[in-house]
Ligand binder design. Structure first.
Ligand SMILES: [Ca+2]
Ligand SMILES: [Ca+2]
Length: 245
């Protein structure tokens, strides 16, 4: 019976659980893509004031990723937006803000377990004094391991030296969630994930940070209910009994 249940486990390839590739609000951007059964919301803040979705009226959309991928993840059929000429196509930390963060809340409203695979983002800095160190934290969750998942080396994010060449060519970052002691969201469970940027100098001009294509990937895993497995086993016994008679 144990082997029969193990054989019934079915895992598909990683899918896009939740993602944001177009930014509708500077403080609570709508999650633009969610898998069936998932509800997801986001909040965002900086050390002083809000992120920007209208940072440059003469060159709107600068800092939008054009590669169509979430980090390096292709979304398994759900590509990210490649539009780069609208302000709302990316999220920007503007001048004088040494730190900023985006927080995603994901609820598994489906009937299958959800194994979280990775957190993905595209990010690049306009000048070196932008907040270029990043950390992924699990802030809270009903039954997922809470704490720091990954912290980058100091000022790890690529900067463009104040030029716009490459403003749509971001660092593709994928951070493993599967190594957590518990990275599984059972039906009804919640995970609150935060990507935090720090170590900006907070002084000088034009040191924007450009963020786009923020996502979480994962696998749904169907586990048969114990009652159905027991019923199968009982019906097998009944058949055996009939044959013996
Ligand atoms: Ca990408
Ligand atoms: Ca975008």
């Amino acid at each position: 019976m144990v082997s029969a249940m193990a054989g019934s486990l079915s895992a598909s390839g990683a899918i896009l659980v939740a993602g944001i590739d177009t930014w509708s609000s500077t403080t609570a951007p709508a999650v633009t893509n969610t898998a069936a059964g998932i509800t997801a919301t986001a909040t965002a803040s900086t050390s002083s004031g809000a992120w920007s979705i209208t940072d440059n009226v003469t060159d709107p959309g600068r800092g939008s990723s054009e590669d169509g991928t979430w980090g390096t993840f292709d979304g398994s059929g759900t590509a990210a937006s490649t539009v780069t000429n609208l302000g709302v196509e990316n999220f920007t930390v503007t001048n004088g803000r040494p730190s900023a963060e985006v927080t995603l809340t994901i609820v598994n409203g489906g009937t299958d377990d959800l194994n979280l695979a990775a957190f993905h983002l595209d990010v690049v800095a306009f000048r070196p004094n932008a907040p270029r160190t990043y950390a992924l934290n699990v802030l809270a969750g009903s039954d997922i391991t809470v704490g720091n998942v990954f912290t980058s080396p100091t000022t790890a994010i690529t900067h463009l030296g104040g030029g716009l060449s490459g403003h749509d060519q971001h660092d593709d970052i994928d951070l493993d969630l599967s190594a957590l002691a518990d990275s599984t969201l059972s039906p009804g469970e919640t995970a609150i994930l935060q990507i935090a940027f720090s170590d900006g100098t907070g002084s000088g001009g034009g040191h924007h940070l450009f963020l786009d294509n923020v996502a979480v990937s994962g696998d749904f895993v169907t586990v048969p209910e114990p009652s159905s497995a027991i019923l199968l086993s009982l019906s097998g016994l009944a058949l055996l009994g009939r044959r013996r008679r």
